[in-house]
Design a binder for this molecule. Structure first.
Ligand code: IMP
Length: 200
């Protein structure tokens, strides 16, 4: 029987871990930062999602010498030249104040008819010392007011193009089928499937 490869997901977010394990479960054993006793606050100092995702993966690879992947996500709004993008978590100043972040977006888009936006996730992978990256994009639009209470972040003001509902009005299972993160994880899964055939 083939051994399952161990892959660190550079996060301690239980929802992200659950989602990643559900998608990657047959191929690899996904472990968290806590599982490898990493409690460091890894600085995210890059100006791009790609850069921040790679910083986190490299940190784990360099300090723990383990295969690793990490993710970074941003909401990119066309009429705001791609803002908040890499600054999505702290758009209104304070880290992860979703109410303030959504208010800032809605205020900036007041009177603007182009509401096109996308969520983009970048996953950086370092395996056997080689670097790879994968992205997942979901296109949609910013609503004029908040709707729904599930999810997190900008979910109450983002409606995917193929839906009548915002992410916050959908059950988690429905969002997780179509989300930016799920799409990027599926690309990672496809890559690992092929990689394992050749290198395990
Ligand atoms: P992270 O890179 O996954 O930590 O995401 C950065 C920021 O983007 C979060 O703090 C949220 O504000 C926003 N974000 C990421 N994913 C989602 C999502 O699925 N729905 C809504 N907002 C999200």
């Amino acid at each position: 029987m083939k051994m399952k490869r161990k892959l660190v997901f550079a996060t301690n977010n239980p929802n992200k871990l659950k989602e990643a394990r559900a998608i990657l479960q047959d191929k690899v054993e996904v472990v968290s930062l806590a599982d490898i006793n990493c409690y460091d606050d890894i600085p995210e100092t890059a100006q791009t999602l790609e850069g921040n995702a790679m910083i986190k993966a490299k940190y784990v690879f360099e300090h723990f010498h383990l295969d690793c992947f990490s993710d970074d996500t941003g909401l990119e709004i066309e009429a705001l030249d791609g803002e908040p993008g890499v600054y999505s978590a702290r758009y209104a100043g304070t880290d992860k104040d979703s109410e303030a972040n959504m208010k800032k977006v809605l205020d900036k888009l007041k009177g603007i008819s182009n509401r096109k936006a996308q969520f983009r996730t970048v996953i950086a992978l370092i395996i056997d010392g080689q670097e790879y990256s994968f992205d997942g994009i979901i296109k949609g639009e910013i609503t004029t007011e908040q709707s729904g209470t599930s999810g997190f972040g900008y979910d109450p003001i983002f409606r995917p193009s193929q839906s009548k509902y915002t992410f916050a009005e959908m059950p988690a299972e429905e969002k997780n089928q179509i989300s930016h993160r799920a799409l990027a994880l599926q690309k990672l899964n496809d890559f690992i499937k092929t990689y394992n055939q050749f290198y395990l």
